[in-house]
Design a binder for this molecule. Structure first.
Ligand code: GDD
Length: 311
């Protein structure tokens, strides 16, 4: 099939495109930033808010399937950048739907649409009514309505993790901070690396980004129009637990400092998916949190990593 990925240069796009190519699809991509296209993929730089350009590029690719990943994705920043979040995440979706008329559209939504769900009502089923608690979640809940009204497919994606995620997110930030101080503790006389963190008590349902990409690839072929699918791993872990495992992987001695700038006005305590529906299509998370943290650490500590000082 001819598959167009919006936001192809992002975390998930970079993992999904090679999988689709390997399965024999033709892959096209649009991206906001400049950069080199992946081998075997035709990529164009276009802003999804620029309707004439978007229409031209999409018409040129004439995709049968559009996987819409482009969007603003940081929960914490969405309070300060509300207009941008609504523009990109809601109007942007409308623009993509209009440009891609006739194509099957698969939309990357978020677990954040569920809001605060009592622990005894988790894992969460897709039938639960969305009740977002932050601007980011609101934009995703609004854009889901547009997608479903057009017969598209909604993927309520829980926490993808692994190599290539921006350091504005929790675990890539911790990994980058640790990588930046690796081997320095002895030289500077410090006993341990110091890392800044926000709320470590929240629990999230982590999925290795490679498994996440598998799920999207399955939905390209088998996703049911108008369907909603939870994409989650099956067992939630607190950010503290994930951080402890990461520290263990690095072998460093670490002191942890709470940075108030990293705390959010509201932080959902637990988001845990019931992903039975997706599993019913044959999807299984294969790699798990520890492997995701190992892969994240390997990428963050590689000599060429650019992320280190920006965490
Ligand atoms: N970003 C960040 N930085 N978060 C921190 C930090 C820190 O230093 N310290 C603790 N946290 C906490 C956050 O408060 C939150 O409870 C948790 O770690 C996870 O934060 P993020 O890694 O930023 O991810 P997220 O859960 O807010 O959002 C991610 O998952 C969603 C799906 O569940 C993003 O990928 C979203 O785009 C995605 O929709």
């Amino acid at each position: 099939m001819r598959v167009l990925i919006t936001g192809i240069s992002g975390f998930l796009g970079r993992h999904l495109a090679p999988k689709l190519l390997a399965e024999g699809h033709e892959v096209f991509g649009i991206r906001l930033d400049e950069g080199e296209a992946l081998e075997g993929v035709v990529e164009r730089q276009v802003d999804i808010l620029n309707v004439p350009d978007l229409n031209l590029v999409v018409a040129d690719f004439s995709p049968e399937v559009v996987v819409h990943l482009a969007g603003l994705s940081h929960v914490g920043r969405s309070w300060d950048q509300m207009p941008q979040y609504f523009a990109v995440n809601v109007l942007g979706v409308e623009n993509v739907l209009a440009a891609a008329t006739g194509a099957k559209v698969i939309f990357a939504s978020s677990s954040e649409v569920y809001g605060s769900v009592p622990p005894e009502q988790q894992p969460i089923l897709e039938s639960r009514r969305p009740a977002p608690r932050n601007p980011y979640g609101l934009t995703k809940a609004a854009s889901e309505r547009l997608i479903l009204a057009a017969g598209g497919i909604v993927v309520r994606t829980f926490n993808l993790i692994g190599p290539g995620q921006e350091t504005i997110f929790s675990l890539p930030s911790f990994a980058a901070q640790l990588a930046g101080q690796r081997g320095q503790t002895g030289r500077t006389g410090a006993d341990s690396a110091v890392i800044k963190v926000g709320n470590l008590e929240a629990k999230r349902d982590f999925v290795h980004v490679s498994d996440g990409a598998d799920a999207y690839a399955i939905l390209v072929e088998h996703g049911e129009p108008g369907g909603i699918y939870n994409l989650g791993g099956g067992r939630p872990a607190s950010i503290r637990e994930a951080l402890d495992r990461l520290i263990e992987i690095t072998g460093q001695t670490v002191s942890i400092e709470i940075d108030s700038e990293r705390l959010r006005p509201i932080d959902i305590p637990l988001l845990w998916a019931d992903a039975s529906k997706l599993k019913g299509l044959g999807w299984r998370p294969r790699l798990g949190l520890t492997r995701a943290l190992e892969d994240l650490w390997q990428a963050a500590s590689a000599p060429s990593s650019e992320a280190r000082n920006s965490a």
